[in-house]
Each structure stands twice: as C-alpha cells, then as structure tokens.
Write a new protein. Structure first.
Length: 569
C-alpha cells in the first residue's frame, strides 16, 4: 500500500533532510494515533530538537520565531478560545489587538486549526511561531489553572497549606483540620510531595532512625536524600501522612496501605500509593507517585527500537494470544502494559484488567483491584472476566499455576491476554512457566511475545561529552555483538549541569523482545532449558538485554556505566 504524499511541516523537514521520508510518515501516523500534532510528536519522540524544528519552520514559511520564555503569561487573554480547541490544535492565544487574535503555534501550516479558532471566536487569527517544547509547557500550565504559571509553577510556599488532598473515600466526622502546632508539619509534608512531583520522582521515602529522620526521593531510579527534619517530628510526620491516606493512625504495629489524591488545580491531580511499615525506630512510610500521563506517552517515547516496536505492535494487533512483560520491580513493566492497553482501547473492544492494586485509571477499561482478604485473587477475577464477553484481558501478575492455566486457556480461546512475571529474561520466563507446571504444549501454542525490560538513565543532551574507550575495553564489554556499523557509533559519558542530575535526565527502556517462533516452540515442546531457548533466540536475531543496552550506548542514549548497572551478567 502506497503512503500518503507528505505535506506541510513534515514535507519541509524531509526536504531539508532533517527527517527521512519513512520516519516522517511513521511520525504522522503515530501522532494521529496519539491525538497529538505532528510537531509535538516529533519533538516528544526525539526525532528532532525543538529549536531546530522551529528554525526550519521559520525559514521555510517566513514566520518570525517568538521566544515564549520572555513572555509575561499574566497578559494571556482568558476564556477567548475553548480549551478543547487549544488541545486539539496545539495552539495557545497570546494576545488580542482589536479584532485580531495572535495565536502561538509550533506548526504554521496548520491552517485548518487557525480557521476553526477564527470561526469559534469571530476574530481574525494570526499565527505566532514558537518552539514546540515551550508551547507544550505553556499549554499545560494554561489548562491546569486559569492563570498560566498555575499548577505546580503557581504553588509557592504561602499556598502549601491550601492544597486540596483527597483519599478517594469520605471524610470521617472525627477528623479535624490540623491546629496551629501541626501547621509546620502540614507545610513540610506538602512541600516534600510537591518537590517530588516537580523533580519527576517515582517514590518518596520517609525513614525514622535512632538519632535522625531522613526523607529520600527516587529520581531516575536512584535514591537520594533531600531532607533531614528533626527526629522529634517523626511521629507527627507519619501521623500526618496516615491521615492524608486514610490509614488508622492509632495502629502502629502492622503495615497499612492507603492512597492520596492531591489536587493541584481544577484539572490536574496526582495520586500517591502509600504504605506504612513498622520498623525498630518508628514507622517508615513510602509513597509511590502514580502519574496518569505515563500511560499516554506513546510507544515511540519508551525506547523500543523499530524492529522491537514492530514485534510488539504486531502482537497487539492479533485477536488472540498472550503477551508477557517481565522484569524486576521498577523496570517499567506497568508503563509498557498500559501503553499497549491505550493503543487497544477503542469503543469496539471490551477490555478488563485485574491489578494489585490499580495504579493508573484508564477511561474505557474495566479495572479490578484484586483482594485476597475477600477471596478475589487474580485467578478468580480472570474467571469472572471470561464470563463477561471480553476481547482483551490484562492480569497484573501470573503468580501461580491456577492463574497461569486460566490465562493460557483464555489466550487459546480467542482472547488477547497481557500479563507480567518477575523473571530476569525472556527465556527464563518460558522455563518459569514450565516449572510452575504449565504443560509445554500450552506454552508453545499460547504465548506470542515476551518482553524483558530494564530502565536505564538517559544521558543529558545538554552536557554529555564523547567518551574515548580503549579497544580492549570495548571488546571486554561485548561491543563486538552490536550490529550497528562502527562508523556510526556515538559513545558519550555523563558530565552534569543545571539541566540534569549528575549528567542524566529521564530514563529510557532497554528491551529484549522475543517472538515465539517455530524454532523456539520446538525447544519448548522438547522441555528445553533457558540457555537453549536463549541460543535459539540469538540465532533468530532477537537481541538480549545486554546487546540492547550496548546498542543504546553506541547510539549515545545512555552511558556504558548505566548499561553495566542495569544489565549485569
């Protein structure tokens, strides 16, 4: 099937050789699928830098480039353009002069968007070209609060007391607001939570010890200390967190689970999953930050290589079979699964998930919290799903033979099943199922694809510098297994600057994506071990985690130190 002829900004980028035609075509389809503009997707997927895209658009279409960072957002015209139009067309009204409205855009060729804004406002619209990343941030702030600069940016120390915190459960009458003595504790806890959100942390640890109390954040997979409040405040801090998450503050002897919803504005809320643990010197409380936007990143933002992405997408397009995602806790399995579910989530499909617990709410997906206390385990939830005419089911984790057998039966009878296991590699996942007692024939005929993954820290694009590694080091580390031509290698090392944390900013997935081929099925049927399966997968061209990590190194995405940290032999 021939591809659609390129037009507008995509065509210009290809003509200027900033993108090749195949990449541009793929980006257009992905942007449409995600509901984003082409410019937004191209920058988010790191196909092109925001500044470079803006400069090309400015030169090609004769639009002067305006720097949004110098704009006073207090001057934004309020309630002129409907928020749905702002999101739909990735455009933000900047100022009004007479009957003319000046609108910030990243793509000046989006005339349909400008026309629709013109029609809805009755004002003549003029496009003002700005950088994509700055526009995205400005739109997010605008939508989060009627004042741009609201949301997180608008929360200063004086507003910390007023944050709206919910637990998702009704308030009890015996709960009262903190008095004057508790106000500093309330402000401290709120500030820690906000700082964690600002810095993109995934977890917050409140830890009591004999002579100190410390608070640590896990950012890009690494824990670092951020505060040491007085040890005398330990019980008051834990009590505050337990009140916020609707735990029993009088019970300090057993672990408890809770949940916090923190409303930052009318449209922006963040969920925290909370767990308390009695330790020798008090209760340690850990909060997991649940960000709904992570489920909507789009598959291109996760770090799959093209051939790996194709295997995953092909498996998602099948009407039946089983897709297994494997890796240790914190390796990004949930985001991979939710990204797949987001792609599948259409009005024509009935999707049900059983999770422990549900981390991110997905509209249009029937999500069930399993609870062993009431007898609703994964197996029981899965049985119920199969009586509810499902098309796709997701099981949070296959932990036992009963769950495995029901999931496999579902995969064999016309359902697409997604699930996870805690194993270290794709071949070990297959032998784990055998060791559980699942018949080899059932494994070979039901499992379609296995994805093993890790998360590596991404090098900061602002400060990374080339690394000169001796030939013997390259050979000892296994770089001879990388199939990328050596002339294209770009090996970098971290430096550190104001834009990053010790030379790293964000994380990227490292994947081993294995399709169950006839050759691998034969080894499974013969009861082969993980080493035999791994050898066969290698023969058939499926990269293991180590090779995938080294490919990320030579592509300049991460460092050798990170590759060694996440893929130790």
């Amino acid at each position: 099937m021939s591809s659609t002829p390129l037009s507008g900004l995509a065509k210009r980028l290809v003509l200027d050789k900033a993108l090749d035609e195949a990449t541009a075509q793929s980006a257009i389809k992905a942007a449409k699928r995600e509901g984003h503009s082409f410019a937004q997707h191209a920058v988010d997927a790191k196909l092109i830098k925001s500044r470079e895209l803006a400069n090309i658009a400015s030169a090609a279409f004769g639009s002067p480039l305006f720097d949004l960072s110098s704009y006073n957002f207090d001057l934004l015209p309020k309630d002129i353009v409907d928020e749905k139009l702002i999101t739909k067309h990735f455009a933000l009204p900047l100022y009004k002069r007479g009957n003319r409205l000046f609108v910030a855009v990243a793509d000046p060729t989006n005339l349909a968007g400008l026309d629709e804004i013109n029609f809805n406002t009755g004002l003549n619209t003029d496009a003002v070209l700005v950088e994509t990343d700055k526009l995205a941030k400005a739109i997010e702030n605008y939508l989060n609060n009627s004042d741009v600069g609201g949301g997180l940016q608008g929360l200063d120390d004086d507003s910390l007391d007023g944050l709206d915190v919910e637990s998702g459960e009704p308030h009890r009458d015996d709960e009262s607001e903190p008095g004057g003595d508790e106000a500093p504790v309330v402000r401290f806890v709120n500030k820690v939570l906000l700082d964690a959100i600002r810095t993109g942390a995934s977890d917050i640890h409140f830890e009591p010890y004999e002579k100190l109390y410390r608070v640590r954040l896990r950012t890009d997979g690494i824990l670092h200390e951020v505060a040491r409040p007085p040890i005398q405040l330990a019980t008051r801090i834990s009590a505050r967190l337990k009140v916020m998450s609707k735990m029993d503050i009088s019970e300090r002897r057993v672990p408890q689970d809770g949940r916090i919803k923190m409303k930052l504005s009318k449209t922006k809320a963040i969920d925290f999953r909370v767990n308390s643990l009695p330790t020798l010197w008090g209760e340690k409380i850990v909060l997991r930050i649940l960000d709904p936007s992570s489920a909507k990143l789009g598959i291109d933002a996760l770090g799959y290589e093209e051939f790996q992405k194709k295997i995953y997408m092909d498996a998602l397009a099948q009407p039946q079979g089983m897709i297994l995602v494997t890796g240790p806790t914190g390796s990004g399995k949930t985001v991979s699964l939710y990204t797949g579910l987001n792609i599948l989530n259409t009005a024509e499909r009935n999707i049900s998930t059983a999770e422990d617990p549900v981390e991110i709410n997905l509209e249009g997906v029937n999500q069930v919290n399993v609870s062993n206390k009431v007898g609703l385990n994964f197996a029981e939830a899965l049985r119920s799903f199969l009586r509810q005419d499902p098309d796709i089911v997701m099981v949070g984790e296959i932990r036992d033979l009963e769950t495995a057998e029901i999931a496999i039966k579902a995969a064999q009878t016309g359902h697409l099943v997604l699930s996870t296991l805690h194993t270290n590699s794709a071949p070990e996942t297959l032998t784990r199922l055998m060791n559980m007692g699942v018949p080899t024939f059932n494994i070979a005929t039901s499992v379609s694809v296995i994805i093993a993954q890790r998360l590596a820290r991404r090098l900061c694009g602002e400060c990374k510098k080339p690394a000169d590694l001796p030939e013997e080091v390259l050979k000892a580390e296994g770089f001879d297994t990388v199939t990328i031509p050596k002339s294209e290698w770009q090996i970098y090392q971290p430096v550190g600057c104001e834009h990053c944390s010790k030379g790293y900013k964000g994380r990227v997935g490292v994947y081993e994506v294995v399709r169950i081929t006839d050759g691998i099925s034969r080894i499974i049927m013969e009861g082969g071990n993980s080493i035999q399966i791994a050898d066969q997968a290698k023969k058939e061209g499926f990269n293991n985690l180590r090779i995938s990590a080294l490919r990320k190194v030579v592509m300049g995405v991460t460092s050798l130190e990170e590759a060694n940290r996440v893929t130790k032999d």
